[in-house]
Design a protein around this ligand. Structure first.
Ligand SMILES: Nc1ncnc2c1ncn2[C@@H]1O[C@H](COP(=O)(O)OP(=O)(O)OP(=O)(O)O)[C@@H](O)[C@H]1O
Length: 601
């Protein structure tokens, strides 16, 4: 049965996902910073003029009272505006940081898991913490930089009003300062990008080390590991030194140019005073304006913050843009049996075909074991069957509907997953089992925990179902059983279990399976299995070999093939499937009259 490949849902960019938190806090916080900074700049520009006039009036016994008041008001205004600017800058930075972080996290969580995998946990942590806060600081820095450029411009205009010759003198020096700033922005950009990359590299190595702490301790490789984690530190140091050197060089150049300009302006002003063209107060104003016009240090720091923020934003945006799955608008008819079909399915990774399934059908309500050697493509098949990833070609149908046409909520409610290493979060046991696409009552939580054979150990926990998982050390098998309980609690018509019982002993695994079979909420099950006993109890087996579905059939029949037996390390002549476990699998096939078999030896 060929399907129209055009109906396959395309991937879409993560930042277009419905319900995304928008484009951030908008321009308002940045505008407020800009308005406040501009007002502070205006006050700074007005101050020398008013102070100069006040001084002149005081020197000549004029009525200086209102000017003194104006000077005091400007001083207070400057202090208030500076405080307000700092407050608004903090607010703007916090809002943007939170928004950037949340969008990056959303992009990451909605991404096709396979495509997000190249980002290691350390890399993601760096992007969501350091990079997000650097990126969040950029809008306020941009506003402050715009305002900080207004101050020299205003000062220059005021200078021209007071004395055009001093203005010309200052104007000749400004292009040099602009050139220094430009070179600083350009050179520092490359170093900042590399610095952030190395920071992320160190974080990745550190987290890998923490995850592998037991292996490292057992292998006695702590010293080597320490060297590996800190390896990029030398490069980080070099890049850091380079950035500080660039900053220092820019400030030093500005530090020479600014006093030179001020001295030159003062000298010209002095000459104009001698010529009677300027008063003493105007000379004071001219000197102050020359300093403001050459205001450089603040601008260099803001340029640095802006460059750092831009680079950091590129890094967080990478997470936002991770491709996500697009969902359809269809739902499944109620009470379908859960028949799963794979038609002409191909999955490619890095140009290599890692899964090829031409025609596989798992009839509703039955259990299919997926077996094959390590790397044969079992997890890829499980992911495709539950639409964690889309096949590059072909189609997967549940009760006749292509998975790609289903709404997200329908898909996640009808297809459940249980993994070898479930992630249950820092919740209580009850909350962890209840978390999922359906609303689950406490009664259903307990029923699911019983199904997963987890009730006995949950009852022994300090606060039973109310025990926080972070507060209690659980064994791998116990943790796995809680993952299973969660999957059972939310069971829809298809349950995909990818190595989900690998940490359980055989008896517990069997008990879980039996309990589930007795459960009134029957579902089709796709079970990635390594043990022959699981394959033997399954209704049918999907045998994968080197990324290809080699055969679909009963364990009993497949066991006749030496290559199949070799999957389980059994080299005998195929006298019987797996003696102790033989019964259930074999007889069940007889009862169901199963299903379409497809043997491709
Ligand atoms: N995202 C990916 N990028 C590149 N290769 C991948 C990716 N995902 C899977 N593969 C490759 O596909 C093949 C099948 O992987 P899969 O995880 O399905 O194997 P498996 O049968 O589940 O193995 P195991 O029993 O060891 O878990 C492997 O060779 C794996 O390297």
């Amino acid at each position: 049965m060929r399907r129209d490949p055009g109906r396959r849902r395309p991937l879409r960019q993560g930042h277009d996902s419905p319900g995304s938190p928008g484009t951030g806090p908008g321009r308002a916080p940045e505008l407020l910073v800009l308005v406040c900074s501009v007002a502070a700049a205006a006050v700074a520009v007005a101050q020398p003029l008013v102070l100069g006039r006040t001084l002149d009036l005081l020197l000549h016994d004029g009525a200086a009272g209102p000017w003194l008041l104006a000077s005091a008001a400007l001083l207070v205004g400057e202090i208030v505006l500076d405080g307000l600017t700092a407050l608004l800058t903090g607010r703007c930075t916090a809002d943007w940081t939170a928004s950037i972080r949340s969008r990056a996290l959303k992009g990451l969580l909605h991404a096709v898991p396979d495509l997000a995998r190249p980002h290691s946990p350390g890399d993601v942590a760096t992007r969501l913490t350091l990079n997000a806060s650097d990126a969040g600081a950029a809008p306020a820095a941009r506003a402050a930089l715009a305002a900080s450029l207004l101050t020299p411009a205003g000062a220059l205009v005021a200078l021209a009003v007071v004395d055009v010759w001093v203005a010309v003198c200052v104007l000749t020096g400004l292009p040099f300062l602009a050139l220094v700033l430009r070179a600083f922005a350009r050179d520092t950009g490359a170093s900042v990008g590399a610095y952030q990359r190395v920071q992320s590299d160190i974080a990745s190595r550190l987290l890998e080390t923490m995850e592998g702490a037991e292996t490292i301790a057992a292998a006695g490789t702590a010293a080597r590991e320490r060297e590996r984690v800190l390896g990029p530190l030398a490069e980080l140091g070099t890049l850091g030194t380079r950035m500080w050197r660039l900053h220092g060089r820019a400030l030093a150049t500005g530090g020479v140019l600014v006093p030179l300009l001020t001295v030159a302006a003062t000298a010209v002003g002095g000459l104009r005073l001698g010529a009677g063209a300027l008063s003493v107060g105007e000379l004071l104003a001219v000197c102050r304006y020359a300093q403001l016009a050459a205001g450089f240090g603040g601008a260099a720091t803001l340029v640095g913050a802006l460059v750092r923020g831009r680079r950091a934003r590129e890094r967080t945006a990478t997470l936002e843009r991770l491709p996500a799955l697009a969902y359809g608008t269809r739902t499944l008819p109620p009470a379908g049996p859960g028949t799963l079909e794979l038609h002409d399915v191909r999955v490619l990774r890095e140009g290599t075909e890692v899964l090829r399934a031409d025609h596989v059908v798992v009839p509703g309500g039955l259990t299919a074991a997926v077996v094959g050697r390590s790397g044969a493509g079992k997890s890829v098949l499980a992911a495709v069957a539950g639409r964690l990833i889309d096949p590059d070609q072909g189609e997967v149908l549940l009760d006749g509907t292509p998975l790609g046409l289903l709404t997200r909520s329908c898909l996640r409610a009808e297809v459940g997953f249980a993994f070898a290493r479930p992630v249950l979060g820092d919740r209580t046991v009850a909350e962890a089992v209840a978390a999922g696409p359906r609303t689950v009552s406490p009664h259903q939580v307990r029923a699911a925990v019983r199904l997963a054979d987890a009730e006995a150990f949950v009852r022994r926990l300090p606060r039973a179902y109310d025990t926080r998982l972070a507060d209690t050390p659980l064994s791998g098998g116990e943790y796995q059983r809680l993952g299973l309980a969660r999957a059972f609690a939310h069971a829809g018509r298809l349950l995909v279990m990818d190595d989900a019982t690998s940490s359980l002993d055989t008896a517990t695994e069997h008990a879980v399976e039996q309990a589930q079979r007795r459960s009134p909420r029957g579902a089709t099950r796709l079970v990635v299995a390594h043990r022959p006993s699981v394959a033997a109890r399954a209704d049918l087996v999907i045998w994968l070999d080197d990324g290809r579905v080699r055969a679909v059939g009963s364990h009993r029949r497949l066991w006749e093939e030496a290559a199949y037996r070799a999957v389980f390390g059994a080299c005998g002549n195929g006298v019987g499937p797996v003696s102790a476990e033989d019964g259930p699998g074999g007889t069940r096939h007889g009862r169901t009259g199963l299903p379409r078999e497809e043997a491709r030896p």
